[in-house]
Design a protein around this ligand. Sequence first.
Ligand SMILES: [Zn+2]
Ligand SMILES: [Zn+2]
Length: 422
Amino acid sequence: MSKLSFVIIEDDSLIADLHRTLLERAGHTVHVTLDATDGVDFITQVKPDIAVIDIMMPGMDGLEICRRLRQIPDLKNLKIIVVTSKSYTTDHDRAISMGADGVLLKPVDPLTFVNDVLAFAADDMDITYWGVRGTMPVPGPHSLRYGGNTTCVTLEMPRDQFFIFDAGSGIRRLSSHIMATRNGKLSSKVLITHPHWDHINALPFFVPLYIPGNEFEVMGPAQGATTMRELVSAQMDGTYFPITLRDLSARVFFRNLVEETLEFDGVQVSTMLLSHPGNCLGYRITMRGKVFCFVTDNELYMENAPGFQQSYVDKLVEFVGGADVLLTDATYTDEVYKSRVNWGHSCVSKVVELAHTAGVKELQLMHHDPEQTDDDIDRKLDDARSALAKLGSSVVCTAPAEGDRKRLSSGGKLTSLEPISH
Ligand SMILES: [Zn+2]
Ligand SMILES: [Zn+2]
């Protein structure tokens, strides 16, 4: 684990010493101030990774310090842990609403203090790819490396925020993973881009839906008068699938989305209607300055094509602007796209242009055409990288494989984690 810098603001010198010793023993750097009135200035000067602040101090309330720190743009990556000896629930809610990342009760447990602080301060987004293919699953020898499952991706965050994007056949693999590794109840938002089969038809095979105590909110765009609930229940009406929505034991809610911005437990979810037959939504997820965009299915037309609209491109560039990760529909090579115009999907050079213009950090190619082998996907990736090089672009381009995992950390740092092997 990397070594971090801390500031402790605590008027009781014995407690301050204890906290300092515990953190220093774990290898971290610690600065202490016993004077709360000077706390905000002190933190602004030292710019630590984490501030540990007592709530009850003479001169200035710890929550007021918290509130002021959150107004300083320069400290946007600062993590704040508040320490209190008062009744947990009232202080907890007030502290979180003032921008604290976590609340610890005094006296702290010396054995767990450091880990508790670090757990609250963690704000990584873990991205896992459960299916990266488009249109239909393609099992077999030509899809062993990238995987043959259709669209499903998850985002997990430290406060147990769990987002599932699309329910293509990849969700069955996610289902097995959850059943094998997770204890306790699961509460998740399921964000559906649109109801084409490759994005919803494996939802009934997601076993956590049948576990009492689990809770899901399935969200996505209505299609005309047909609601999200109807779109999902229609494929589970007893004719196409033997189990109906009423047979699910988890609590399942549905929500129709339009172009809007919602917030769930500190995570912002914005949507935009994409260029695809029917209503299809792209998602922009923001948490503490980190941005992940999931944009599929989407057709970016060539500039001379009748379907081309500069205003749409401009809107999309803004929507994905500055994203740390843009995971997007790059179904076709430029060559094949020529005979697939108006099919609702993009070719490599157009997504490269989008990512470059929008100042995206990492462009990730997905929704690969069922005709393509692993080697074909490698070639699309090569094409994308050469196109970016030609533009002199700083955009990094990858093509995640099924089972890959990446961690997006503060400052937009993206690291690869051990892939899921089962
Ligand atoms: Zn699709
Ligand atoms: Zn589609």
